[in-house]
Design a protein around this ligand. Structure first.
Ligand code: SAM
Length: 277
């Protein structure tokens, strides 16, 4: 892809540690885009050095995004604008969604150049269900806000994925255990780097391991979905009530809408409850 890039916005994923994970297409866009928007020019500068490319860069980060966005969107009408973050996929716990939103609203071409993402890399290693997952980003740091945020996700029938730092890992695992109860989980660390590891176990095991031994490096925490039995017990009262008024299918749908629980699981449980009545 060495032809000049058409005008528009290019969302370019970069490696999360291993420079070999930069795709040829990403390298080409980084080399040829008219405008290169970066979070930190020192970080992206190292990647450009690796490519043997010297480019001027424009900052686009949380502190200046609102001020510089209109100018960038205006340039997309006649120039190619590439957005990269320090590592991984832009917009995933990184700036960019408003730039995409405004580029679309202005009618510009928006192109994705996908690649590494720590959440997805963690999912591929953890051995937890991947048919459904919920990306929770970074949990709040303060204990009460953290517990509240976890409680909101307690009944989601999906693997939960969080970003975390070493020093905060122990407190986060303890909060997950406290609010969710024991579940299968994984701590994926330093993905794609020399000391990549993925430690699996129950939340009890992992909280015990890391509470007094905070690990170094970058971390993804993954927690398996609630047991089907747990979902069923929590929703039984609502289903029983709904079954006094509605068919099995409609009762399952109503409780699914009200709780965010999986409709198929609720339907199966509603059939059981109706059979037992
Ligand atoms: N946009 C990035 C992505 O696509 O993964 C994430 C950016 S977010 C600001 C940075 C967080 O991602 C880190 O604090 C860590 O939780 C996670 N992360 C990034 N690189 C990682 C790696 N190599 N191994 C494990 N986690 C990583």
């Amino acid at each position: 892809m060495n032809a000049p890039l058409s005008p528009g916005l290019y969302i370019v994923a970069t490696p999360i540690g291993n420079l070999g994970d930069l795709t040829p297409r990403a390298a080409s866009v980084l080399s040829h885009a008219d405008v290169l928007c970066v979070e930190d020019s020192r970080v992206t500068g190292k990647l450009l050095n690796h490519l043997g490319v010297k480019r001027s860069m424009t900052n686009y980060h949380d502190h200046n995004a609102d001020a510089v966005r209109p100018g960038l969107v205006a340039r997309m009408g006649s120039e190619s604008v590439a957005l990269v973050s320090d590592a991984g996929t832009p917009l995933i716990s990184d700036p960019g969604y408003k730039l995409v939103r405004d580029a679309r609203a202005a009618g510009h071409n928006v192109v994705t150049v996908p690649g590494a993402c720590a959440a997805i890399a963690g999912l591929t290693l953890a051995g937890l269900p991947t048919d459904r997952f919920l990306f929770g980003g970074f949990l709040p740091v303060k204990a009460k806000a953290k517990a509240d945020a976890i409680a909101e996700l307690a009944h989601v029938p999906a693997t939960l994925v969080f970003y975390e730092s070493g020093p905060r890992l122990g407190a986060t695992l303890a909060a997950l255990l406290n609010v969710l109860g024991d579940r299968d989980a994984a701590v994926a660390r330093e993905l794609t780097k020399a000391y990549e590891e993925c430690v699996t176990g129950t939340l009890t095991d992992l909280a015990a391991r890391y509470t007094d031994a905070p690990p170094k490096g970058e971390i993804v925490v993954l927690v398996g979905p609630p047991a089907v039995r747990e979902v069923a017990i929590d929703s039984d009262a609502a289903l029983r009530e709904a079954l006094t008024r509605l068919s099995v299918g409609r009762a399952a749908s109503e409780v699914a809408d009200a709780t965010g629980l999986d409709r198929r699981t609720l339907y199966a449980r509603a059939l059981e409850l109706k059979g037992a009545a």
